[in-house]
Design a binder for this molecule. Structure first.
Ligand SMILES: O=P(O)(O)OC[C@H]1O[C@@H](O)[C@H](O)[C@@H](O)[C@@H]1O
Length: 280
């Protein structure tokens, strides 16, 4: 592990001998860059990070893998997507090779948003052409609490209007833009306008085809939903921390637990992961 900084924000990084590299800011415990190396050692950035992102520690960073917890979006009384994406996490020493661990425990700062006691641990494991991000949340208090959440991964794409996302055919879908429920009929999702849908998670990995690049995306069974979001040009133009063409270079594929809030009794914990594997 090396200590770094990104636009003045403290961060930790990890690199493999092959060249693969991951960078995680302490603000939000947010993976902000993952570069995979090919056999010739050439690096490809696989995550999108907005060049207009605010890095002053007062706003969530736009891009990478925000941890949205303990509330997904506006589905509850807390701030949108929860507050842990907007608090400083701490790096934790680990003996596990090629692994970064960050932790956020409840404090006065978290109690300003949510009264509960918790410990959240993010474990980021790097392997050649692969990244696995795991979230563990533990109830350290003496009353049960429940949550929703997501690993809100912004994948970098060359042109969102040309990519296809495979593997959700047959999944139950709530289209948040149209507020309609359906079963996904298409073998491949395509993008270009605002796209914001919650799918019932599938057991087989998804495949993102982006020109010649291919990325396999899988998630733990504890994440019962997969959210797919791209703001498209009109919404993107209204988001101050995205450039007007930002939507073209990102696609969020999120490992989520939304529709049924998870109850965590005192002393118990809940774990989830998302794994990304660059096939080409
Ligand atoms: O702008 P935010 O708070 O990071 O949220 C971004 C998007 O996150 C997605 O997960 C939601 O499905 C969208 O509805 C939301 O707009």
């Amino acid at each position: 592990m090396t200590t770094e900084s990104l636009a003045g924000q403290p961060a930790v990084a990890l690199a493999l001998p092959q060249g693969d590299r991951v960078l995680v800011t302490l603000h939000g415990g947010q993976v902000v860059s993952w570069q995979s190396a090919d056999e010739a050692g050439r690096l490809t950035e696989r995550l999108y990070l907005s060049p207009r992102s605010v890095f002053d520690g007062s706003f969530p960073i736009r891009g990478g893998v925000p941890v949205c917890w303990p509330q997904f979006n506006r589905r509850g009384p807390l701030v949108k997507h929860g507050f842990v994406r907007n608090l400083p996490w701490q790096p934790v020493p680990t003996d596990v090779p090629d692994t970064l661990v960050l932790r956020l425990a409840s404090s006065e700062a978290s109690r300003a948003f949510w009264p509960e006691s918790f410990e959240a641990t993010l474990t980021v494991q790097l392997a050649p052409a692969s990244l696995r991000i795991a979230l563990d949340v533990r109830n350290t208090g003496d009353t049960p609490w429940s949550f929703t959440g997501a690993l809100h991964t912004y994948l970098h794409v060359q042109d969102a209007a040309a990519v296809s996302l495979h593997g959700l055919q047959g999944a139950a879908r709530w289209d948040a833009v149209r507020d309609t429920h359906s079963t996904e009929a298409s073998p491949a999702l395509r993008f270009g306008e605002e796209f914001d849908s919650v799918f019932a998670a599938q057991s087989a990995p998804l495949l993102l085809q982006d020109g010649a690049r291919r990325l396999q995306i899988s998630q733990s069974a504890s994440c019962t939903e997969t959210v797919v979001w791209n703001p498209g040009p009109a919404l993107c133009a209204k988001l101050p921390d995205l450039p007007d063409d930002g939507w073209r270079h990102m696609l969020c594929v999120e490992a989520a637990c939304i529709d049924t809030p998870q109850l965590v009794p005192p002393g118990a914990h809940w774990q989830a992961w998302q794994a990304l594997h660059a096939l080409a």
